[in-house]
Design a protein around this ligand. Structure first.
Ligand code: FAD
Length: 321
């Protein structure tokens, strides 16, 4: 019974989390002594599809239906579940990304499978048990859950599993399951990207600003630092609520959960709801003028100072580095 992994792409290019998911799927398949099939939905080039073999996929199912050009939760879940049925897959793995969080429970219902969302490690498969360590309570704790159902769905927390190159190319097979009209209750007609900046959930470096930056006119230095570091910009909830920054940049319990290698928090107090979205960052740097700010309790490096003095100096230092 092969393992099936869903590979996400953005405008025809696989996301970084896709290579993590395929590498993780390879390791799970090896543990279970089975093969690994990947499914791709959308307009990805044949070369890119075949290259999934490098990360351990033995076969790639390619779904290129014009109705599925843009992500539609219910329809994508139906297609992935149909692929699992076709392959006889007992384990379906996907990223715990924005879309993965919507897909995993839907696929779980369709396959009558137990779901472990937000896995942070390979499953333990000793004996007849199948347990998965995953995040709980918005990333504030870990839980180990046992999946007792015959079929299982795992969504992998981005940035927690190392990408590993193992094999060569993989054969690509067209897969065209019937899609029902009822799966298209809500349709995304067009996605217009405002900028060509790095996408926040995938970013290795995130430069984030809070209410301490006083107003939208002061975001130039946040953007400049992010651009210099090749990172994405983010913000706290009150900042997006005030319309200083778009809601797509709001990080935290009610926003996006990020897991970059470096998170720079500028003028952010570190409220528990904000920390819920950044706790999986590998290194947190805080810049805040209040030495008692809670952000310093979770920061690996802290600078107590006025952001309007510290950030320009940081920018100069990065430029001359
Ligand atoms: P503040 O708390 O006002 O902090 C501003 C910080 O800037 C202060 O620490 C101050 O010392 C510092 N500062 C001021 N001037 C300077 C300067 N010149 N230089 C350097 N530092 C300076 N918040 C989120 O972010 N994400 C969420 O998902 C989220 N979800 C929520 C859900 C619920 C149900 C609730 C009730 C709240 C939620 N919040 C969320 C809000 C959260 O509780 C905080 O209010 C919010 O995170 C505070 O944002 P902030 O740190 O930007 O602002």
């Amino acid at each position: 019974m092969p393992v099936l992994v869903y590979t996400e792409n953005a405008e025809g290019k696989f996301k970084k989390s896709t290579f993590e998911v395929v590498s993780y799927g390879r390791a799970v398949a090896d543990q279970l002594g089975t093969s690994l099939t990947a499914i791709s939905i959308g307009n990805v080039s044949a070369d890119e599809l075949a290259a999934l073999g490098k990360y351990g996929a033995e076969k790639v199912l390619n779904v290129s239906n014009s109705q599925l050009k843009n992500f539609v939760n219910q329809a994508y879940a139906s297609v992935i579940a149909a692929a699992a049925d076709k392959e006889g897959a007992d384990v379906v793995i996907l990223s715990n990304s924005f879309s993965g969080r919507g897909l995993a429970p839907r696929i779980g219902v369709k396959l009558e499978a137990g779901v472990a969302d937000g896995a942070v490690a390979l499953p333990e498969t000793a004996g007849n048990k199948f347990t998965v360590k995953k995040t709980a309570f918005s990333g504030k704790a870990f839980a180990t859950v046992e999946l007792t159902s015959a079929k299982k769905v795992i969504s992998l927390t981005p940035n927690t599993y190392k990408v590993e190159e193992k094999g060569g190319g993989a054969p690509v097979e067209d897969f065209a399951p019937a899609v029902k009209e009822s799966d298209f209750r809500a349709i995304v007609k067009e996605i217009v990207r405002a900028t060509d900046k790095v996408s926040l959930p995938d970013a290795d470096i995130v430069v984030s600003g809070g209410r301490g930056l006083k107003g939208p006119e002061n975001w130039g230095m946040v953007e400049e630092l992010a651009n210099l570091l090749g990172g994405a910009t983010a913000c706290s909830k009150p900042v997006s609520d005030a319309g200083w920054r778009p809601h797509s940049e709001h990080v935290g319990q009610t926003g996006i959960a990020v897991s970059p290698n470096l998170y720079i928090a500028i003028g952010i107090s570190g409220a528990i709801q904000h920390l819920a979205g950044i706790s999986r960052s590998k290194v947190i740097v805080a810049i805040n003028k209040d030495p008692e700010a809670p952000i310093f309790k979770v920061a690996d490096y802290g600078i107590v100072g006025d952001a309007f003095e510290v950030v320009p100096k940081l920018i100069e230092a990065v430029k001359t580095y």
